[in-house]
Design a protein around this ligand. Sequence first.
Ligand code: GDP
Ligand code: MN
Length: 346
Amino acid sequence: DPTGEPEGILTRASEKYHPNAKDTDRIDATLLALVRNEEVDDMVSSMIDLERTWNKKFNYPWTFFNDKPFTEEFKKKTSAVTKAKTYYEVIPDEHWDKPTWIDDQIFAESAKVLEENGVQYASMMSYHKMCRWNSGLFYKHPALKDIRYYWRVEPKVHFFCDIEYDVFRYMYDNNKTYGFTINLYDDPKTLPTLWPETVKFLAEHPDYLHENSAMKWLTDDVHRPDHNRQAQGYSTCHFWSNFEVADMEFWRSQAYEDYFNHLDRAGGFFYERWGDAPVHSIALGMLEDANKLHWFRDIGYQHIPFFNCPNSNKCKGCVTGRFTDGEAWLHREDCRPSYFQHVGMN
Ligand code: GDP
Ligand code: MN
């Protein structure tokens, strides 16, 4: 049952960490958004939703990142819709620029082939940089040095349900590493060598595989045999990372650092179109204890064209159980059934 009321533990947490929490009740965490100046109005609309349903009770700061300086207009409009602190950070060139070992000619040629095969954004260099930064660099920004947890928010997303407890406190108290709302299959054409590179990495570092990993979920080839989503042994099922609430200690670990560097050197962030969603998901699925992954069933969420819509009277503007209002084929993109079978709903 992908809907339903939050577990008891959430109710208990909400009693303990109730609204009007004092500054000192907050843990080291921030709302985090990579966003362009032109997207300010869509960013504001995401903020209004999250402030109304959650953050006005807790006042976690917002930290905005951009490869260019934020405009005064951006700062003015975003700071006007929250009582919390807002920070505006520029990404250092060494975190954003294409790495030296990536060859322009090979990039252009691979992008052409990918686009001919229908891979969206393949020739858009900034999209590749964005996916790489979200995969292995954002948490190294000096502005996040003393921060442990983040909640990633994109422009133009929606939040539908009142959340009464401190989501970051929940992560901390329950020893969770990563929280998600939606699980999707990816287009195998974006990542043909991601799984082969992962297998190579694991062969070099067998000790990194967690004894209670979610490998069965990553390699599930049963749930959608008709769907042709498998990519060289990876089911392509991933946490949809435009929403993520996570503990940066995981990304800052030696194991993840080694994995990211392996992938970065392999070149697939540019010569293919590896997304940060499959990269994060594979890393979590093999390196982390599966018990530390958490489905936020109670957080009503939409990033076009998909929803997570709980069955709860705390939600408004979201149809219970709805997954998409897009075309029929989009309904088959949901891979939470595979996740629940192999990992469970904890
Ligand atoms: P999609 O969800 O895969 O279609 O990708 P988006 O276009 O939504 O990009 C993901 C996130 O990264 C959004 O929050 C964008 O605002 C942000 N983003 C993407 N490219 C850039 C970029 O070149 N510069 C900045 N500052 N933000 C970007
Ligand atoms: Mn997006």
